[in-house]
Ligand binder design. Structure first.
Ligand code: HEC
Length: 175
């Protein structure tokens, strides 16, 4: 059923070494973020933006079938990656020697910092991951139903869920 995949989705699938979202098994948190969640989320936001016509109204006829399919695929990627995070709060944050995004800047977290934040509240972390998985599932359903309103709301919720988990488990919490 995967005809005419847009290039970004094809790349995404190639980068996780399988032709199906069932094969998504990130080995580190960073790999889940950079190889799966971030590109899929970008793709969803870009396509969701195209649902708006010039008057600023949502118009589902603006998306073609392959865009709806790409949304569905990207959403499933997020769902699967998030379920993998939920199932393994002890997943390594990064590979040995790898630095996190922006790690060199003042006050930024290292992989060891992040591992400590997660170890301090694995249930909270799993619950953030479950939230993200649920949003992925919602986007996938909205895409299958060609429902622009549900999609638009879920795309907003998607961004909020990134921020919510990052605030607690990535950025240093200093008051
Ligand atoms: C369950 C918690 C959780 C959720 C939800 C989450 N992230 Fe993350 N993310 C993390 C953690 C922990 C880090 C820090 C470790 C790291 O840098 O990979 C991180 C780091 C990142 C990074 C930096 C990766 C790097 O190079 O170091 C990106 C990009 C990212 N997240 C994107 C996203 C986006 C986009 C979303 C929402 C669609 C999201 N994340 C949702 C936990 C989460």
């Amino acid at each position: 059923m995967r005809l005419a995949l847009p290039a970004a989705t094809a790349l995404l699938l190639a980068s996780c070494g399988g032709a199906s979202t069932d094969d998504i098994h990130p080995q580190t948190v960073r790999a889940a973020m950079t190889d799966l969640i971030e590109p899929a989320s970008d793709q969803i936001q870009t396509i969701a933006f195209e649902l708006y016509n010039e008057e600023g109204d949502l118009d589902p006829s603006l998306l073609n079938a392959s865009q709806w399919d790409a949304l569905d695929e990207a959403a499933r990627t997020i769902e699967q990656a998030a379920l993998a995070l939920e199932a393994a709060p002890d997943m390594p944050v990064a590979t040995e020697g790898e630095t996190l995004w922006n790690e060199d800047s003042e006050g930024a977290s290292t992989a060891a910092d992040v591992a400590a934040y997660i170890a301090a509240d694995p249930a909270g972390y799993a619950s953030e991951a479950r939230k993200l998985a649920g949003i992925g599932q919602g986007i996938s359903l909205a895409a299958e139903m060609r429902d622009p309103i549900a999609l638009d709301e879920a795309a907003l919720a998607l961004t909020d869920s990134c921020t919510s988990c990052h605030n607690q488990f990535w950025y240093k919490q200093e008051d």
